[in-house]
Design a protein around this ligand. Sequence first.
Ligand SMILES: *Cc1c(COP(=O)(O)O)cnc(C)c1O
Length: 377
Amino acid sequence: MTDKPLPATIAATAAGHTNTATGGVVSAIETATTFVRDADYRLPASGDIYRRDNNQTVREAEAVIAALEGGSEAVLFPSGIAALAAAMRVHAGGHVAVQRGAYYGTERLASELVTDPARLHFFDAGDLAGLEAVCAAHRPGLVAIETPSNPLLTVISIEAAAAIVHRHGGILMVDSTAATPIHTRPRALGADIVVHSATKALNGHSDVLAGVLVAGSERRETFEAAKASRALTGAMVSPFDAWLLTRGMRTLALRAMAMSRSALHIAHVLDAHPKVTRVHYPGLPTHPGHAVAAAQMEGGFGGLLSFEVENAAAALAVAGRVSLIKRATSLGGVESMIEHRASIEPAHRAIPPGLLRLSVGIEAVDDLVADLAQALA
Ligand SMILES: *Cc1c(COP(=O)(O)O)cnc(C)c1O
């Protein structure tokens, strides 16, 4: 074994957690909401008091994610949005900057929490000069980026963004949901907080709603405040969801690699298809963020891609004709899903009307290609 276990090993072994009470190779689910003190009123060895604060099953999932992200500490929330909200709320009284076209929920959350619209700023992923200008003019306390972004797959250099944000005294939060810790480790590139919707590829089986914040190595105040707010606001994940998440993550490396491999293949097939006008996938050499993605991602470009057909009617017809791929929102599951985002996002988001987002699962890639081919025919 290497000095530090590699991600596939961390995930497969649940970072070493077993059931030490019985010898079971898998941990038990700690369901208790409260914990017994001894006659001298001392806490049990776990240190636990009440489940709203913490719980062994939640700690185990957090330990796996922290290790996958390269150390530090992770804190789980009941959804990705709850994790984003906990971090954003810390800075809601000051200036906040958000990457344009980031996950719609992130943008909506920012507009809701940062009550003065004059304190909420946007910049484009591909425009570092624009980020520099926003930071110089407003010195935002928090800058939120997302790479690759959902649903347009824009790419931003985490390292370059971190340098800019830090020069102006801000905190850089990176939503790495689409990349997964298998393909990108934002902490090593300068992120102060990494966020994942664990609902997506981390769990991977479309049966858990959860989110997580991971602390960077320096500038931990925002992370600490967000972590403290979890117990304060009762935003605690259920132990069953945490346990399922740990179980799902055992196969994360295999799933992420398979999804990326299939997504790249499908992106090339779609790119060559006469009915497809544009493919958004950072693994394609023609993607404007390809060089940056190739430098900051390893082992693949993720399982998420988008493609455009002529117009909304054509896109809805394609979505209506797929039979293996599921018409559903969400991404990162073992089952492939297709979604017409313009149908569910408001007009100001300017989602191309003919755009279909495709989350590539782990089905046989030839079956996925055949399903798309017949739907596009
Ligand atoms: C889904 C998603 C979220 C929100 O996570 P939930 O678990 O659905 O609350 C945040 N960021 C990205 C990039 C996502 O895809």
